[in-house]
Design a binder for this molecule. Structure first.
Ligand code: NAD
Length: 478
């Protein structure tokens, strides 16, 4: 085993949390290395981690293609546009997605080169608070690298179910579900959580009959429940076969089909489908991350114990992104923590505000929110007032022929401070940015009501929802 020079910082993992952290460290003058072992389908090195290569970016790229195909098939006629013989080549669509994510991954390599970050293609194992053993992906000799600070950012991977063993041919995980090159005629998905719904949006738009089997009796427990109810209505109208209270107990592959067994209140059921996607949650990638003698403290689910500054129990070792439980598994949460930790290490003052962290579900229409839900605030006994405005009352929604959804503002009944903003609708992921900024600046509903919004836009619904508090809305919402 050879030894290499001491770095100020070694970042383990080049997903959004890791690459942002490495770049910020380098910008702050710290000698930085980043170790990552991801390989693309051709076995080549690519940065960006699961988020770029097999998660949100890959998913949203396919969703955009699927939306386009769906619109060409269903929405052109009413615009007076005629198109014939529209067909889809799924393999070419997947290639297009791969081209995009490869280009974005190479952009991260360019940023690393620009910032003189040593990029090491290897699997890392934490030996102690200052040393990491690296096993190069090309099989060359292992070595030990040292740093004054270590940032763990290895992300998460799909959870396996013992009764639905993934073979990535018939029973596929959420990664392989973004790489299917033929259209499954009938598709079942275990889990109607964020990933299950995003994958359902892609494949149902491309033409698969899509059945979602969700163990919970209630639908989407994280967002505001009014939004979840609206989402349920819209998705089922779009053709999702959403079966709640349906717990999958077994899945077996035959020669060409998968048989899925599930139980609900009415008893046991069996379903035969062409493919089964397992989207039943993710787990942090901490298996084999640290040698036992390193004594890195994990909880019973494998998350790394950290304090509010992302510091682990080992001095100088941090864990960010999906590895800790300081917030949900979201790329932008990891990015912020990456920057936050880099600034701490460089001795800069830095803060992170988890209260204004936006959440997005990239379905069509999208769901996005920031702050507290109505049910959480009521449970806390907070006096609140609610302003709601549906998109169908805006001219822009009609112009684009996408009128579904609404914006819901929740403010404190006495102080008028905004406490939560919830959106379901086209471009909710973009619209939420205005609400995040407003809450970051401690805005009131009055601020929204007095802010001039361009007409005609979807963002006018913010203005109108704020006016709705005072029953001064200018448009007729129903
Ligand atoms: P999830 O926890 O959101 O959903 C998994 C669902 O599977 C749950 O509702 C659970 O009840 C159900 N389930 C589990 N076992 C089952 C069984 N045997 N039968 C039927 N249903 C079963 O997990 P996910 O959708 O895999 O997402 C994982 C994480 O990744 C989440 O924290 C999510 O926030 C994050 N993520 C976020 C985004 C985004 O921000 N757009 C995208 C992808 C993932």
């Amino acid at each position: 085993m050879s030894k290499s020079p001491i770095y100020d910082v070694i970042v383990v993992g080049a997903g959004p949390a890791g690459y942002s952290s490495a770049i910020r460290c380098a910008q702050l003058g710290l000698k930085t290395a980043c170790i990552d072992n991801w390989r693309n389908k051709q076995g080549q090195r690519i940065l960006g981690g699961a988020h770029l290569n097999s998660g949100c970016v890959a998913s949203i790229t396919l969703l955009e293609s699927a939306k386009l195909y769906h619109a060409l098939n269903h929405d052109l006629k009413k615009h007076g546009i005629h198109a014939e013989n529209i067909s889809v080549d799924i393999a070419a669509m997947i290639d297009h997605k791969d081209t995009i994510i490869d280009a974005l991954g190479h952009r991260i390599t360019e940023l690393f080169n620009h910032h003189k970050i040593d990029s090491i293609h290897a699997t890392a194992k934490l030996l102690n608070a200052r040393q990491i053993r690296i096993s190069p992906v090309d099989g060359s000799e292992t070595s030990v690298v040292e740093a004054k600070h270590i940032i763990l950012a290895t992300g998460s991977s799909p959870m396996q179910l013992p009764y639905a063993k993934v073979d990535n041919e018939f029973i596929v995980d959420s990664f392989a579900a973004l790489n299917m090159t033929t259209l499954p005629k009938k598709l079942a998905i275990i889990g109607a959580g964020v990933i299950g719904l995003e994958l359902a949006s892609i494949w149902s738009r491309l033409g698969s009959e899509t059945i979602l089997l969700e163990a919970q009796e209630s639908f989407l427990s994280l967002p505001d429940q009014q939004i979840s109810r609206e989402a349920y209505r819209i998705y089922t109208q779009q053709g999702f076969d959403l079966r709640l209270g349906a717990r999958v107990t077994a899945a077996k592959k035959g020669s060409k089909k998968v048989t899925v067994e599930y139980q609900d209140q009415e008893g046991s059921h069996s379903l035969r489908v062409d493919k089964l996607i397992v989207a039943s949650g993710r787990k942090p990638n901490t298996e084999n991350l640290a040698a036992p003698e390193a004594n890195l403290l994990l909880d019973e689910n494998g998350y790394v114990y950290v304090d509010e500054n992302c510091r682990t129990n080992l001095p100088g070792v941090y864990a960010i992104g999906d590895l800790n439980l300081l917030g949900p598994m979201l790329a932008h949460k990891g990015i912020e923590e990456g920057v936050f930790v880099a600034e701490q290490i460089a001795g800069r003052h830095s803060t992170i505000n988890y209260d204004t962290l936006p959440s997005v579900i990239y379905t069509d229409p999208e769901i996005a929110w920031v702050g507290q839900t109505e049910q959480a605030l009521r449970a806390m006994g907070e006096p609140i007032k609610i302003g709601i405005f549906p998109f169908h009352a805006t001219a822009r929604a009609h112009a684009s022929d996408r009128t579904e959804g609404l914006i819901k503002l929740i403010a404190h009944a006495d102080s008028d401070a905004l406490l939560g903003v919830h959106i379901i609708g086209v471009q909710a992921s973009e619209l939420i940015a205005e609400a995040v900024l407003a809450m970051e600046f401690s805005a009131s509903s009055e601020d929204f009501a007095r802010t001039i919004h361009a007409h005609p836009t979807r963002s006018e619904a913010f203005h109108e929802a704020a006016l709705a508090f005072k029953k001064k809305t200018l448009h007729i919402p129903n």
